[in-house]
Design a protein around this ligand. Structure first.
Ligand code: ZN
Length: 310
């Protein structure tokens, strides 16, 4: 049977029940006081409306989530989440607009809310327990805020957005940051904030990684300029894992999303990190990835104004 024939993709009430089952496996939880006791269905109220006895607040499963105050039926939300979770290189807002039969603005706003749900909260530092963390950077799009100085042209990748990424080889997770600078001191500060001191770091020979070994258990690097992609003396020394992840990210950003301003780039980056960290190779299928994204809708209410400033 097609996964798309599930009732919760076609009926708003079935979608609400499915979302309740996903977010409240042990029954309704009050979004204000987090209480689970003395919660009752509101008599004469619509299905899915509950009342918390202690704080007397009425709520539904979407209160305090990125779906709150949306006029889009919940079954369409579940379709959109499934499509974004099952499309390896992403799905454009135009495609979403056509599939869901909604306005472009609605599709655009939905996909940004879903990216917000995909954004991971506080993760344990990468490389906890002494694992290997690959670190690399990639350059994408055009940063229009960078102006040439005088008549000196911005050369090479100087005018592009900079994304710094980490992959934990033990957990398979990826985390990326849009950064303004790749100065050695800035890179070191970011790595120290996100990677455990006991981790072993693998990079290429880029100058901004020099000296980071002082903060971690070890730092090894390959010499790409000398044609070395895997260390000849020690084949565990390479950044091939993270380079594979970058190739999916770049194909998606180029082929699917095409244009992206710096203002929104961090959200696209979170979307690709999410799918990579929950990829099939780590044992996740499309449905499990969708459930994981749905669990991420809680506590991240995004207003129209913050997502779509005039
Ligand atoms: Zn309450």
């Amino acid at each position: 049977m097609s996964v798309l024939s599930a009732p919760y993709f076609h009926d708003a009430d079935a979608a609400r029940v499915e979302l309740e089952r996903t977010l409240w496996p042990a029954g309704p939880v009050c979004p204000r006081c987090a209480g689970k006791e003395r919660i009752t269905a509101v008599k004469g109220g619509r299905a899915g409306l509950y009342r918390c006895g202690p704080c007397k607040r009425q709520f539904t499963v979407t209160v305090g989530t990125v779906f709150e105050a949306s006029h889009v039926p919940l079954n369409l939300w579940l379709q959109a989440v499934f499509l974004m979770c099952s499309s390896k290189k992403g799905i454009s807002s135009h495609q979403l607009m056509r599939v869901l039969d909604v306005q472009y603005r609605t599709a655009w706003f939905m996909s940004h809310r879903i990216r917000e749900a995909m954004r991971s909260g506080d993760l344990a530092p990468f490389g906890s327990g002494g694992g290997i963390v690959e670190v690399d950077e990639t350059f994408i799009g055009t940063d229009r805020s960078i102006k040439p100085h005088g008549d000196k042209k911005v050369r090479g990748v100087g005018h592009k957005h900079k994304v710094l990424s980490l992959v934990d080889r033990t957990t398979g997770r990826k985390q990326s940051m849009v950064v303004d600078s790749l100065k050695a001191t800035d890179v070191a500060a970011i790595l120290k904030a996100n990677i455990a001191a006991e981790a072993h770091i693998m990079t290429d020979e880029a100058p901004y990684y020099r000296g980071i070994g002082a903060h971690f258990a070890s730092h090894e690097f390959t010499r790409h300029t000398a044609g070395e992609y895997v260390s000849r003396s020690n084949p565990t020394i390479h950044t091939n894992t993270i380079e594979g992840a970058f190739s999916i990210f770049k194909r998606g950003m180029k082929g699917i999303y095409q244009h992206c301003s710096k203002k929104h780039l961090h959200r696209y980056v979170a979307e690709f990190d999410f799918r990579y960290s929950n990829r099939a190779k780590l044992g996740m299928d499309d449905e499990q990835r969708t459930v994981t994204a749905l669990k991420g809708i809680v506590g991240k209410r995004l207003t129209y104004r913050s997502a779509y400033p005039a």
